[in-house]
Write a new protein. Sequence first.
Lengths: 366, 400, 255
Amino acid sequence: MGGGFGPLLSFLATTRGGLDGHLVGALRKARSSVQSSLVTRVIGIALAAVVIIYLSPKVYALGPSYFLRIVAVGVALGAIYALIAIGYTMVYGIVELINFAHGDVFTLGAFISLPLLVTPFWHLTEETGGGWGIVLPLIAVFLIVMLITGLINVGIERVAYRPLRNAPRLAPLITAVGVSFFLEGVMYLWKGAVNLHYPDLLPSNRFVGGTFSAKDVIVIVAAVILVAGLAFFVNQTKLGKAMRATAQDRDAARLMGINIDRTISATFFIGAVLAAAGGITYGLYINSVNNGLGFPIGLVAFTAAVFGGIGNIPGAALGGLIIGLIRATNDGYVDPQWTDVVTFAILILVLTLRPTGLLGMRVPEK
Amino acid sequence: MPRLLRRARGLTRNRDAIIYAILIAGVFIVPAIANFTQGTSSGVVLDQVANAGVFVLLAIGLNIVVGFAGLLDLGYAAFFAIGAYTYAMFGSGWLDVTALHHAVHIPFWILLFVGMGLAALSGAILGAPTLRLRGDYLAIVTLGFGEIVPRIFRIKIEWTGGINGITALDQPTLPVWFTGPWAGQDFGITRNQVFGLDPVPYYILIVILIAVSVVLASNLYRSRLGRAWMAIREDEVAAAAMGVNPVTIKLLAFSIGASFSGFAGVFFAAKLGGIDPTLFGFQNISIVILVMVVLGGMGNISGVIVGAIGVYFLQNVIIPQLPTWTTGAASSVGLSFLNNPNGDWAGLGDEVQRLNFIIFGLILVGTMLFRPQGLFPSQLRQAELQKGTSDQSVFDASTS
Amino acid sequence: MNEPILSIHGLTKRFLGLTAVDNVTFDVKRNEIFALIGPNGAGKTTLFNCVTGLFAPTLGRVVFDGSEITGTRPHRVAKLGIARTFQNIRLFDYMTVIENVLVGEHARMHAKLWDSVFKTPQERREEAHVRERARELLKFVGLEKHAESYARNLPYGQQRRLEIARALATDPKLLLLDEPAAGFTPQEKAELMQLVQRLREQGLTIFMIEHDMKIVMGVSERIVVLDHGEKIAEGTPEVVRRDQRVIEAYLGKSA
Ligand SMILES: Nc1ncnc2c1ncn2[C@@H]1O[C@H](COP(=O)(O)OP(=O)(O)OP(=O)(O)O)[C@@H](O)[C@H]1O
Ligand SMILES: [Mg+2]
């Protein structure tokens, strides 16, 4: 009975986690699912109730159009966070790396786009701007910047992370920090450490009694198009499927003949493409960027990724949206000083009460 | 193979002994050199070295969490801040300005332990619900905690002084009964038992604190608890099946690590004489300490100390001095025109200054690529190198 | 004397629709050598995991030495006196052989945090004492010469023996062995059988999973057979050997 598949199975089991590798996870799942579902729900509902009771008088006092304005800003910011969070979640899902340089890749997108706004072919400045004429050039800028940033990120992965794939887990984390310093340094060398004005190109007409601006809508629509494109790619293309397979179980994926290196490169490329788009969108929306911007925004986006369930792409999008709304609400109704504290407190709460995040199908094991 | 391995291990033991010998020699030589090269301004050098000592203390503490127990702590600055603010609030006239209207001047020596205890306690409170989760989740929770704490110190202006922080902290004093030649005219280390603004007493004190910490941390490493940490790091399931309670063992590592940070924070605040929340950020503390530990060689106390000193001087002495050095070099080889601004060129000094971040980033990436296990890995990591890198990384072992 | 040390009542473990252990009931008596057999994937390891607290059973109870331990956490189970080895060896690879055994001693040691930090005389005495004991255990399994090697550098057979030594260091009443002879040469198997016999003579109860029928029939006094999670037979080797369902389960599997 030692024959048959016995030896093969136990060989597989010893190679990487394997059957026994599920022990810890299954053990925790079994224990926590009973406890957490009830306790979590009670605590979650209680917290939500406290927040609603605390906020509702203020919301009432400040009126409905203010409320709608907050929602608009929250969704627009949330869309930008979502674009960054997706990159975090994809990279984590596939190589289990908290990519500290990802926020700086986002800023890099905004920086690269700046000189491309004015070229022999188009002039995207505040003076000439406006009107439908800017649509095509702007799309061109988006595409060029996304491509360049994507390729840069692929290069970064090659140089700084790939050689360390079998090294102790902390080694790539430290190189990610190094890359983050490096990128911030490059942007500093390029433009200095000052707030740069980003041209205000998008129309700012307001609708619905001045609550929604065209800007909000454009940012949101752009994010939706990008996320839809990503969803199509991940679910429908061969490379996208390879990505999901690799995230699930790298060794199995390799055995199935998937080219792991190429799949990981593609993941970094797509993460950077979305982050770069997020960077341009941020510039167009906020109209100010600086070389150190990416790190704090990246932390918030990372929170969004964890909130949605790390490794889960729709989760990251949803998490970004919710974090954007929470931050806008706190900015508008409570005290902007506390917004970061609230954001990170939510991060801690989510992880202790519901470690899988909102949509985390992947249990905290692997 | 075993013989080769034994030799490798003998070498690493010797290597650690050599590192410690150099460090001990350095402790005595540094003040002498400082005195010799800088005459009366020797204070500047000693002051830098004493500051570096704070980071050494922090690195020794974080190494317990990351190196011994294999837990990733990205919020180490929070405990440092808790220690520092403990001293700032209770060892100064500050509380007189707050709603309390009554300053408490608790002695430095007591607050050292209070700060340590408070940090350990907050570590335990944070760790208890989260240490049950897989390794990376702890990292993320600590990251969040590290972001929250300094921000709260910044916002609660009425209690913490906000962005301006708290200044005019008490100078540590030796208790009256603790007199000796150090207080007299001959050595003059302390004046009337007071530390004063001179860095010498701080230098001596931090050296003593580091020495004690090294001894205690290695005691821990070679104890029942140290073995339990290693076991959890290597294979949590097997360790639990052998009767090791993973949660309490991890909690201990986490709290003990935090206590080092709190302890260092009290010393740091007393030495600076004033603190503010920007001193305790993620990028300037939590990550830097982690870099020190990983670059030095996690798990190995002597390696971590070297990592801390190296990174500290790289960041605070070498890189900031680079502009001066390069302009000096340019002048001496007849390229002094480079030193003057010219159109887009801001002058060599300024240009090099702008490269700071890039240089630091490249050093981090480069070192990790060439020595993924750190500069002076522990014997265990060394053995791993001998056998080629294993596919089971430190954190996989404790989480998969 | 014949009262059970371990009783398993209606134990069931389901994984997302797959029932790995299905309503299994049996007793292990004090100081016997008891074997659990069955084809690959029958649920044997899962049953061990339920007993040692690595899995919480879906249904059923586990009673050890008179007290219920269903769902008790693994380190508590170990302290109560159940030690185990793993089917795919789980040593602490980057710790030395003796350190591996010392981890087994952990739960029996008394040094408090304070003692460890300051290396108090009690701590030193205790360390010396447990090291002595660990050396004896290594001698018992024939590894005393390798005390200072790293566990990962031992050859396979010695790693299995080290796992046994580490389990014994917890001073168990009941020892669970998950396929201890897997991959052994005939001589190693003979040595292992002797070792098991000696442990039993010292008062231990042995409960093992084993595929090698010579070992199972040779040393065990009673056997339970699992197939697809269900208990299909129980009794002495002679009885089990002739059981129609057992023969079918094995032939059906290999045919
Ligand atoms: N953590 C887990 N999650 C899901 N299924 C599991 C898990 N552990 C075991 N199983 C499944 O339960 C069944 C029983 O597995 P188990 O390892 O108990 O068999 P076994 O009798 O020990 O087999 P072997 O002789 O190969 O060791 C198998 O189908 C296995 O795939
Ligand atoms: Mg099995």
